[in-house]
Design a protein around this ligand. Structure first.
Ligand SMILES: Cc1ncc(COP(=O)(O)O)c(C=O)c1O
Length: 481
């Protein structure tokens, strides 16, 4: 990575109070923590970065020293300074007696409490489904084990659920993938090229933004209003930018938790159909309604040849299953499968058998899970109201996260400060195009209430330290406010 490239990523995030070296180090650390600077990225030479940032070389040297001391960079003779994450202080030991390895701590091996990801633990049914899958496995062993489109029983189970929700679907219209993100990247690979525009909600799911960028495509952000979709803005963006693709989350949108009403679905469908815009509808969170019901799938307001609905077992069941799907017209599904064959040749059979089994009894599995998530959501809302009363949040009717308004543009600084208090967060700007949402923070309520209460304790202390650091100054603009 060159000095100007890193300087562009750092943008104005090195401004604010405190010594310059500490601000440069903190800004780079944040980029590493939220994945915008991949691990093992070679950082630019000190002189080059100093010139690009307009600071002294000593500032960069000291910033790199601080990153190395904290484990966020490693220098080796001949290969320069590369990004890294600190080694584990908490992991590496299997609990005595072979107890569960799960902890609420971050999966990178640090001992930080992970509030950057929103993924709950597996319900008990997952283990039982694996056992049932192993019982069925002998039927499959005489075959090749390659199922490019997915196991017939899983394709049928996915089609049945979509049909029951109001979107008539044949098994041939389903492609099993390794998650919803995989399904989205297959669509990007199929239809987008460098410079193509992709309409996205602003804010949106960060990994979708990363995937759009990696395909050389350009996100066209359409701001969400506080209470829903700005239908005129979507229609105008479709008309004025003729996007190649749209990526939408009408069900418990990540991160806002918004649920599109039936009327909004009808209008979104009309605008996108009018523009002949291929639309990816991400339904990863659809089955996590905590109150009320979900209107019919957005795809039922769009033509089959212009819609790919992507779904996943990750949030309703367990992320470790790594099973998702794409649903579209059969011709489009065949084209997506052809793209898939150039990447991988199908998903693992045992996991597909397990998910087919789990989808059969999904409503029974989800009832206690929803009740649990409801109580976790309410515990987090109550703890925030008590400890951080100036923060504002809409209580979502489903999904896994709160989208908090911090009242000040301090999200990135809070993420850095929270690390010192044992908490890993994802900064608001991760969810927006062009650094928006510095006033916002996404907080998952996927942990048990006592863990969430401890997390809010840590957050309160971190907020205090940001204030002491002179955190009131605006260092980035929340374009959506
Ligand atoms: C909206 C949304 N889409 C996709 C994904 C990725 O899901 P999967 O694990 O199925 O790839 C997530 C996970 O956080 C998500 O929240």
């Amino acid at each position: 990575m060159t000095g100007p490239q890193l300087a562009a990523l750092l943008d104005d995030r090195t401004e604010g109070g405190g010594p310059a070296y500490a601000r440069v180090a903190a800004a780079i650390r944040l980029l590493v923590l939220d994945g915008r600077l991949p691990l093992e990225t070679r950082l630019p030479g000190e002189r080059e970065l100093a010139a690009a940032l307009g600071v002294s070389r000593t500032t960069v040297t000291t910033a790199y020293d601080e990153l190395r001391a904290g484990g966020y960079a490693v220098s080796r003779q001949g290969s320069g300074t590369r990004t890294a994450l600190p080694p584990s202080r908490a992991h590496g030991a299997t609990p005595a007696g072979g107890g569960p390895l799960w902890t609420p701590w971050a999966a990178d091996g640090s001992d930080l409490l992970d509030l950057a990801h929103a993924a709950p633990e597996a319900p008990a049914q997952v283990r039982r489904a694996y056992e049932a899958a192993l019982d069925q496995l002998p039927r499959h062993l005489p075959g090749q084990g390659y199922h490019l489109f997915g196991l017939p029983e899983l394709r049928a189970a996915v089609a049945d659920r979509l049909t029951a929700r109001g979107l008539p679907t044949l098994p041939e219209q389903v492609l099993v993938t390794s998650g919803a993100q995989h399904a989205f990247t297959l669509v990007l690979q199929l239809v987008t090229g460098p410079g193509d525009r992709v309409l996205v909600e602003q804010p949106t799911y960060p990994n979708a933004l990363d995937a759009i960028g990696r395909h050389g495509a350009v996100p066209v952000p359409v701001p969400l209003a506080d209470d829903g979709w700005d239908l005129d803005a979507v229609a105008a963006a479709v008309r004025q930018t003729a996007p190649r693709l749209a990526y939408l989350m009408p069900d418990f949108h990540n991160p806002t938790g918004l649920l599109a009403s039936e009327a909004e679905r009808r209008s979104l469908g009309a605008a996108l159909t009018g523009g002949r815009t291929l639309t990816v509808v991400d339904e990863s969170l659809t089955d996590l309604a905590l109150e009320g019901t979900v209107p019919p799938p957005l795809a039922s307001y769009l033509p089959d040849d212009l819609t790919v609905t992507v779904g996943s077992a990750s949030k309703t069941l367990w992320g470790g299953l790594r099973i998702g799907w794409a649903r579209a017209g059969t011709a489009l599904i065949r084209r997506l499968a052809a793209v898939r064959a150039s990447v991988d040749m199908g998903s693992p059979v045992v996991e597909q058998l397990a998910v087919a089994e789990l989808l059969g009894g999904l409503d029974a599995t989800l009832a206690p899970r929803r009740a649990e998530l409801r109580s976790r959501r309410d515990a987090l809302v109550a703890a925030l109201a008590q400890r951080l009363p100036s923060w504002r949040t809409r209580v979502p009717a489903g999904g896994l996260v709160l989208w908090c308004d911090l009242g000040r543009p301090v999200s990135s600084r809070l993420v850095v400060a929270a690390e010192r208090h044992g908490i890993r967060l994802a900064a608001g700007p991760r969810f927006g195009v062009d650094g928006a949402f510095e006033r916002r923070l996404r907080l998952p309520f996927t942990h048990p209430p006592d863990v969430l209460a401890a997390a809010v304790d840590g957050l309160e202390q971190a907020v205090g330290s940001v204030a002491v650091d002179g955190g009131g100054a605006a260092d980035s603009v929340d374009a959506v406010a």
